[in-house]
Design a protein around this ligand. Structure first.
Ligand SMILES: [Cu+2]
Length: 145
């Protein structure tokens, strides 16, 4: 509080040379209210910011011979995303080269990959573990908007 009191006194002296004492008091009072208001706004902004930090958006993807379901995934740039990938038949590899993602997805198990894209565009996802004759045809895409 002593830190606050000092500049207030200086302010009063400065303005006092120009106007009446009442005006000075009013002026410092307004300044004080404004600075407090500013602090409250700042604080509430920080609190609201914290409240808005949401958990990642869950996106379920099923891999099976020889497709991704869904084949196309749309996400927002800057949004944290959690891919929950399962295999409906055999082992596959969830591979998105553009984001450095390569996770084996075993039959009956779930692989979770969390990531966030800072760039927009369309990025292919494919299978990185040979799963059959048409393994190479197993492609999907991630569209970052
Ligand atoms: Cu495969």
């Amino acid at each position: 509080m002593s830190k606050l009191a000092r500049p207030r006194r200086t302010e009063r002296k400065k303005v006092g040379t120009h106007g009446s004492h009442r005006v000075t008091m009013h002026y410092t009072g307004t300044l004080l209210i404004m600075s407090r208001l500013f602090f409250v706004i700042l604080l509430s902004g920080v609190l609201v910011g914290c409240a808005h930090k949401q958990p990642p958006q869950r996106i379920n993807i099923t891999m099976k011979k020889y497709e991704f379901v869904p084949a196309e995934v749309h996400i927002k740039r800057g949004q944290r995303v959690l891919f929950v990938v399962t295999s409906a038949d055999t082992q596959h590899g969830f591979h998105v080269e553009a984001f450095g993602i390569n996770e084996p997805v075993k039959k009956g198990q779930t692989a979770e990959v969390e990531f966030e894209s800072d760039r927009a565009g369309t990025f292919p996802m494919n299978c990185s573990i040979i799963c059959g004759a048409m393994h190479d045809d197993m492609v999907g895409k991630i569209v970052v908007e």
